[in-house]
Design a protein. Structure first.
Length: 340
């Protein structure tokens, strides 16, 4: 069977895991790595040597999009480049896997969604947390009714992020775009993406200990669902503690709490039953389930199926983020869908 030709753009930290994952996927082949910074060629060649493969390197990403042997582009550059590089790739007719965050505002999200619908390519936004075995198992359990009707779900992303581009408005974006987007995606996924969020309220607070942040690194978001359920997310990127990804969902028949389950389906237990599967508890990308995510996206392309995290679907998560940021700026609840 013909292999999918892959271009990786941005051979930095996370790209190493994309490269390893594509190398482990029999239906794809890395054909080119595109760089942005002067040091990117050495980084790309370092990955080739480390992982024992060969491909082309280019510093001309836009021209490389014309290559007919490139079917898929994995956008692994830093945040502010995702919108323009994804758009160019979609317009060139390539399938696109874009790292989070998708983009920086609703206008960009709409442009990307329109481009996807026009070109009919497959896309996927890198909300890799969904692919942890414990999270996938919990999702299956709640979707099958294991905790009944969910009326409350919360998720938190607490971490200390370090790096000049990550703390700047222009290149990092915001606390939700840098990290909290994983938690917003999780609440939407566990509560059921078919359920609509009608209103968002958020507060944010400026940095206290890490004074290099240009944006407020701490934000708390409450989401009102049309069916009456409540979602809640907080993130702090200057947390003085080890990395934590927290998840809880309360339902009429039980509760999930991190990798624990309490359910009427398992009567007679007084404690949360721990799922013996990997839960997101490490910030290091080498521990993230990128192989599962990339295998899934390749299977979507090969099977001509839309990813559950396609740009049109994931754009809903970003609409919540932009509504929350507007709410925190203006100190008022913001209704969805956003009008501008
Ligand atoms: N899904 C996840 O859990 C996860 C984890 C880590 C990172 N990420 C995302 O992956 C992306 C890359 O993160 P990373 O830590 O690998 O980044 P990085 O600092 O290693 O840089 C990646 C690439 O971006 C480009 N770049 C870096 N700095 C630049 C600058 N100042 N100007 C222009 N281009 C620049 C270069 O091509 C570089 O090789 C980010 O968007 C990040 O949010 C996602």
């Amino acid at each position: 069977m013909k292999k999918l030709g892959v271009m990786i753009v941005g051979p930095g930290w996370v790209a190493g895991q994309h490269i390893l994952s594509f190398l482990g996927n029999d239906e794809s082949e890395i054909r080119v790595i595109a760089g942005v910074l002067p040091e990117d060629e050495a980084r790309a060649r370092g990955y080739m040597e480390q992982y024992g493969f060969q491909c082309d390197f280019t510093d001309d990403y836009e021209s490389a999009l014309e290559r007919v042997d490139v079917d898929v582009v994995a956008v692994c550059t830093i945040n502010h480049l995702h919108f323009s590089q994804s758009l160019s790739a979609i317009e060139a007719g390539k399938h696109v896997l874009v790292e989070k965050p998708l983009c920086f505002d609703m206008k960009e999200a709409r442009v990307l969604v329109d481009a996807c619908l026009k070109q009919g390519v497959k896309t996927h936004v890198g909300h890799v947390v969904r692919f942890y075995p414990a999270i996938t198992g919990l999702h299956n359990f709640v979707r099958r009714g294991g905790i009944g009707e969910i009326y409350y779900c919360e998720s938190d992303y607490w971490h200390e992020i370090i790096g000049a581009w990550k703390v700047r408005n222009e290149t990092g974006g915001s606390a939700l775009l840098m990290g909290g987007c994983h938690a917003i995606d999780m609440v939407r996924w566990i509560l059921g993406e078919e359920n609509q969020i009608s209103e968002v309220f958020a507060y944010s607070t400026p940095a206290r200990r890490r004074l290099d942040f240009e944006y407020d690194p701490t934000i708390s978001v409450t989401m009102k669902y049309e069916n009456g359920a409540i979602g809640r997310v907080s993130t702090s990127l200057e947390s003085n503690m080890p990395y934590v990804f927290h998840l809880q969902a309360n339902g009429t028949k039980g509760t999930i709490r991190n990798n624990g389950i309490s359910s009427e389906w398992f009567p007679g237990t007084n404690a949360f039953m721990e799922i013996p599967a990997v839960y997101p508890d490490d910030w290091d990308v080498s521990q993230h389930p990128f192989p599962q995510e990339i295998d899934y996206f390749v299977s979507c392309i090969k099977g001509d199926v839309e990813s559950d995290l396609s740009i049109p679907k994931a754009a809903k998560t970003y609409e919540v983020i932009f509504a929350a940021e507007l709410s925190a700026r203006e100190g008022r609840p913001v209704k969805l869908p956003l009008s501008s």
